[in-house]
Write a protein that binds this ligand. Sequence first.
Ligand code: IVH
Length: 685
Amino acid sequence: MSDAADTLRERAAELRARLHEANHSYYVLDDPAISDAEYDGLLRELKTLETEHPELATPDSPTRRVGAEPAARFVKVEHLGRMLSLDNAFSLAELEAWEERNARIAREVCEAGYVAELKIDGAAVSLRYEGGVFVRGATRGNGLVGEEVTANLRTIRGIPLRLRSPGVPALLEIRGEVYMTNSGFRELNARREAAGEPLFANPRNAAAGALRQLDPRLTAERPLHFMGFQIQTDSPLPVKTQLDVLELLAAWGVPTNARRSLCGGLSQVMSFAAQAERHRAELDYGIDGVVVKVADLSLWPELGAVGDREPRWAIAYKFAPDLATTRLLSIEINVGRTGTLNPYAVLEPVEIGGATVRLATLHNFADVARKDLRVGDLVVVKRAGDVIPQVVEPVVEERTGAERPYRAPDACPACGTAVERPADEVAIFCPNASCPERIFWGVAHFVSRGAMDIRGLGERTVHQLLERGVVRTFADLYDLRREDLLTLEGFGELSATNLLAALEESRQRPLSRVLYALGIRHVGTVAAQLLARRFRTMDGLLGASREDIASVHGIGAATAEALAAFLAAPENRELIERLRAAGLTFEEPVERAERTPLEGRTFVVTGTHAMSRKELTLLIERHGGRVSGSVSGATDFLVAGADPGSKLEKARGLSVSVVDQAEVERMIAEDAAAVDTAPGEEGTS
Ligand code: IVH
């Protein structure tokens, strides 16, 4: 091997080691060693190296964390030994009964002590390591067989792709919980709300849903974390107690929960649980109890399991949910940007789990009807961890007859337009695109940080502008004059100058931001970026059919449908033209090299190649080409490897050029040479 190749290999190894170390500092030691920007820089460098030299890629490379190709479906895999679930206890008496039953099987149980851990409210997964390298991960499934979600699990930075330190058995599975932080959950839901997407009910559902995404790139967008608590292997391990297991996991570089305790007996377990419950609200993740495990591992086989499903050596001590009863004062409605009417409860203020609750979600009108909630009812309200308070049910026995049954409105409370009830949805919509509430939230979204990011335009200002009729749609924002602004409450010369400058600056936002800002149903930040990368310009998108849109990797049928419908509506076309006239860029910059040999060409990759399809895709995209999932009239090249399948026939039918990987590499090299000598269009076949 040449010296140059050696140097590259060494650099790749060094980058990998530094990235592994950075992850370990961040997720296991909870002590970040480098900044996010530095991390991204190292990752980018490694990605470039591996793309240009695929032979340098390794299965444990941190580059493999970023979304792989979407899967068609999940594959079922067998766990290394059953993944058990836990029996529950709700009181000290129930814990004592558990201890007594165990003592009848193994007398030493009472003296052995217990390890108490927090019961994390997430989704159970099993991670398989071979030779210390993460090779496969699966959901719990039925305990014996789970669904293989390796690509999704790889995107979780806390999961080590390679275990540290010697003494790692050749084959093992690490069991643990994938969860979403409360703060991450809030941000995710805020993004979804902005995109008009349905919200997740709680962090657990969001985490479980993210794991079961067929497209790992979507999983990568979700703030997921992992904590391990069990090792499954046939090899002997240097551990005597469950505490040793947790310490060994930590030594291997697996995140574990530092909140754990070796308890002499059940009374100590109870105080650990009481403390956990007191601190529950301060944790940034949901817990629903404490798991109590017999500390001495040598007793576990003897204790065995009940019906092969629940081990006797562990039990979940569950917290009582945080409930309170209070009066339902009224049912109010928010009208969202996309027209959805969202009911919520106004409550007589009540203390639940240390917080005062005044408002609670009512999910949707079908739910209100199902629970038969009446205004004036005494209602049970639940606050689970950080989740938005919910109205559980009315206390029917307390009714006096003065309560008023509730009927969902037939007209929008904001504009009076008759509502629509799509047959396949529980939601009720205001169809009026000029509804003042919809417009208000639409403008607020347009100027928001993830969208056009127009600073100095808070909700109050937006409200005033709409109220005075200076602004009717967000396109009007670009016609604002200094005189208009100076008449607004709280505006002076300086704030007017700043806002005008912010508006001016926002004209340069890339197409992806504009697409997101338009507030099209289902088009969130991720979809907007995928679309902008694919079509590059607004005109490119305007010329696309629903099929073209649906052929973009990561864009689902619902999004394609909503976007095509939006673009087809004359009033939206007009809006877009007004934004164009206002001087918006409407272009997505090509992020990479100034020279992009494959620019403007659309590829479809099929079959088996020397490099993985993902790598080939990255290579094409890095050089400015577009990669689409299916062959259509817009396809320029089909890159066909071994076993190309039906795409090859389709390509031939449409007279699409068929090339192989080597040809793609030649196009890139030739173009580079051409640019060096005589820049210009060269033949392509
Ligand atoms: S030990 C015996 N420890 O709770 C099976 N489980 O309700 C191993 N869980 O499937 C369970 N935190 O997904 C254990 N510290 C913890 C846990 C924990 C959360 C989950 C786990 C399990 C479920 C049972």
